[in-house]
Design a protein around this ligand. Structure first.
Ligand code: ASP
Ligand code: MG
Length: 458
């Protein structure tokens, strides 16, 4: 007798996302397409722009006044996309669409050269995903998959904060039910990560690396039973194997631990990705489209093992801001005022430690494309009136992820004993049972990770 009640069991439905390296060129796209072909439950596929394309588009959007340089970038864009087209069996169905989009990039880039602005930037940058989805849909079709290209802007409703728009899950669900769901019965839908549109129909983007988040939002909206994130590494590791070669793959990890990983280090997932998955309890799989047979990491609500130490993440290019109030000793309202100013300038903070008269914090790095974030000048000016402002860079964030660390005797000792030769800054411990983190100097980062990994994981 089957334990599953077939009348009420949700039919399996997978939403799969393929990142830039998984759709970098014809070979990568073909590998990714084969994964979809062999997974009949995959009905929605979201992809990124071909690797490197978003960077080129961002550069154009920032406004390049020198026509030669602009031409150079446009040519590079052409090469990437025509490189795929020339491998297709029949290029006819997509080459005209690609041409129209490339022409539009050229027109918008010329406008940006005169006067760049955030709205124009989103419009321009969205072309990466609009282009890649044309090519990828055609590759799937040529492999015999009944695929159709869908414009995600028809359902991915956001607010109008260009460059980092906030998705509206209720609207997305309603729109997806009406416009996307009916297509899923018979076809595999291919669509764009990263981009959306506001209530006026203007194109928006969710911030750099936002395709993961897009896929999670769509998975939530169509009640998917699995979300797959295909990238260029076979899931999460106990630490970056390029730094510590003894790093081990993580087969299974809880939502809470993985959220800490995504927020505090591992660049493998956009930090917001897990929010919709957790809301809807959708298990998430991360794997490599290059080596799907290697398996990957499953992220779920409950897992079989909850080890004290799970993984060690590293994120460099940290900006630490220390604010010191000289006349607020034993007074109140200093922190409130500091955070009011930060909020007013929409500055998102990662770590924070405080003393009686000072507070140190690190700036959120999600949308810098990996570079060090800076404090906007207007914010510095406002803070300057209140306190002394010191900004330090050249720092890396080391985050140790695990379970019940703050309530397990000796866990901090094991970490700090190992690192007695290093200068550790901004130690944050205890607020979450899943996370202990601190800053180190950039030149110490690798050896800190190596020594910690060796002592607590090997
Ligand atoms: N293409 C966008 C980027 O490079 C979004 C993404 O790939 O997630 O940031
Ligand atoms: Mg990405």
């Amino acid at each position: 007798m089957s334990l599953v009640d077939n009348n009420t069991a949700t039919p399996p439905l997978t939403v799969a996302k393929f990142g830039g390296t998984s759709v970098a060129d014809f070979t990568a796209m073909s590998r990714s397409a084969a994964i979809i072909k062999h997974s009949p439950d995959t009905r929605v596929v979201l992809i990124s722009a071909c690797s490197g394309v978003t960077n080129l588009l961002v550069e154009l959007a920032n406004g390049i006044s020198e026509p030669d340089r602009r031409q150079q970038l446009l040519q590079r864009l052409g090469e990437i996309h025509y490189g795929v087209i020339k491998e297709l069996r029949s290029s006819e169905p997509v080459s005209s669409a690609v041409n129209v989009l490339l022409d539009s990039v050229s027109t918008l880039a010329a406008q940006a050269a005169k006067q760049p602005n955030v709205k124009l930037t989103d419009q321009l940058v969205s072309h990466g995903e609009l282009l890649s989805t044309h090519l990828f849909t055609q590759i799937l079709k040529e492999m015999g998959v009944d695929a159709t290209r869908f414009d995600i802007r028809d359902i991915m409703r956001t607010d109008s904060q260009f460059g980092k728009a906030i998705p509206q899950p209720e609207d997305i669900r309603q729109l997806a039910t009406a416009r996307l769901q009916p297509l899923l019965k018979n076809q595999v839908v291919v669509s764009q990560g990263f981009i959306g549109s506001d209530s006026q129909g203007e194109t928006t983007t969710l911030g750099r690396g936002g395709s993961d988040y897009s896929a999670a939002l769509v998975a939530e909206a169509v009640n998917a039973t699995t979300l797959e994130i295909w990238t260029d590494v076979p899931g999460m590791y106990t630490t970056d194997p390029r730094i510590a070669p003894a790093a081990k793959p993580i087969k299974e990890i809880s939502f809470s631990e993985a959220s800490e990983m995504a927020n505090f280090g591992a660049k493998i997932l956009h930090p917001s990705t897990l929010v919709p998955a957790i809301r809807q309890q959708i298990p998430v799989f991360i794997g490599s489209s290059k080596e799907p047979e290697q398996g990957g990491t499953w992220i779920r609500e409950s897992v079989n093992e909850a080890p004290l130490f799970r993984a060690l993440a590293l994120r460099c290019n940290q900006t630490m801001v220390t604010l010191t109030s000289l006349n607020m000793f034993h007074a109140y309202g200093f922190l409130a005022e500091v955070f009011r100013i930060l909020a007013e300038h929409k500055i998102s903070v990662d770590l924070i430690t405080t003393s009686e008269v000072s507070v140190s914090l690190t700036l959120d790095q999600t949308d810098t494309g990996g570079g060090a974030p800076t404090l906007p000048e207007a914010a510095v000016e406002a803070l300057d009136k209140l306190c002394r402002v010191d900004v330090e860079q050249g720092l890396c964030l080391v985050a140790l992820i695990g379970n019940q660390m703050s309530s397990t005797k000796g866990s901090a000792k094991r970490v700090f004993n190992t690192l007695e030769d290093y200068n550790l800054r901004m130690i944050c411990y205890g607020a979450s049972p899943h996370n202990l983190c601190f800053l180190v100097k950039e030149q110490d980062a690798r050896s800190v990770i190596q020594e910690l990994h060796q002592n607590i994981f090997e």
